[in-house]
Each structure stands twice: as C-alpha cells, then as structure tokens.
Design a protein around this ligand. Sequence first.
Ligand code: HEC
Length: 136
Amino acid sequence: MVALSCGKLTDASAETRYSTVNGKQIYEKLCASCHGSKGFPPYDALVLYDPAPRPLLSGSFAYGETKQDIFNTISEGKGRNMLSFRGRLTPPQIEAVADYVITLKDKLASQQEQSHSGPRPSTPEPIEAETPAPPQ
Ligand code: HEC
C-alpha cells in the first residue's frame, strides 16, 4: 500500500522531506540488498551478480566519488547490474541517497579510529581495588 500522495510534491517540499535521514531509509530499502547496509556487499549478492556490486565504504569509487559522480551513477545506472534509479527516485531522493553513500566512508573511518585508539574497550576500569578500605 502506498499511502503517500503521489505527484503533488513541489520541489521545495520534496527537498525538506528527503534529507540525509531519508537517504538512509532509501538506501536500506533499495540498495542494501546489493551493496550491504554498511556498504560492503553481502556474500549472496557477490555470488549472484556478475559484475558484482561494488563496496561503497572505502571512499574510492570506480565511477567517481564526488557527490555529482555518485548522483550520476545512481541516476544513470552502470553496467548490467547497477540499475538506473531515475524512474524510481526523484532527483532530491537520489541526492539524499548519494549523501548517505558518502557517509558510509566516514563511518568506516570512525570505526577504524576507534579500533586504533588502543587495545582496550573504552569503558574505564574501576579503580576501587587501589583505594584503601574505609576505616571501620
Ligand atoms: C541489483 C543490485 C544492485 C542494486 C539494487 C543497487 N546496486 Fe549499485 N551497483 C551494483 C553493481 C553490480 C555495481 C557495479 C557496476 C559495474 O561496475 O558494472 C554497482 C555500482 C554502484 C556504484 C558505483 C561504485 C563505484 O565504485 O563507482 C554506486 C555509487 C552504487 N552502485 C550505488 C547504489 C545505490 C545508492 C543504490 C540504491 C539506490 C544501488 N547502488 C543499488 C548493483 C546494485
């Protein structure tokens, strides 16, 4: 069931509606099956498609990594298996999902930073053992 009213959006309302937050929703719905929700394609998709979906989390893209490049890839499609989404998404939606794709790389970077910051988990160790027992 499509409860949204179709065809009546003005450009302005479309833009406020499809922010980066909704870029994530669109990505999860239309892209994650092939590219993985974190930007690394699931095993099934890698086996099923030839050419295989590309990972989107490294920040380095075969067809360009600027927002405009990613927009074009999504809009036009690439090769046999990357479909053109022009008919299914409005330009503001494509822009929102392109923004989201760009953030996948930042997520990877922040995960790496965390894991390089030290071997210990970030929760501080309790130091109670060091403090002398209170006098009785
Ligand atoms: C049916 C599987 C499938 C779906 C769904 C899909 N893609 Fe792709 N995508 C591919 C494949 C396969 C390629 C590689 C195309 C090639 O190199 O021939 C690709 C390539 C790309 C690239 C280019 C990567 C690069 O290295 O330049 C981007 C960006 C991309 N997809 C984004 C998306 C987004 C965003 C969505 C959702 C709107 C999406 N894709 C949905 C299969 C898919």
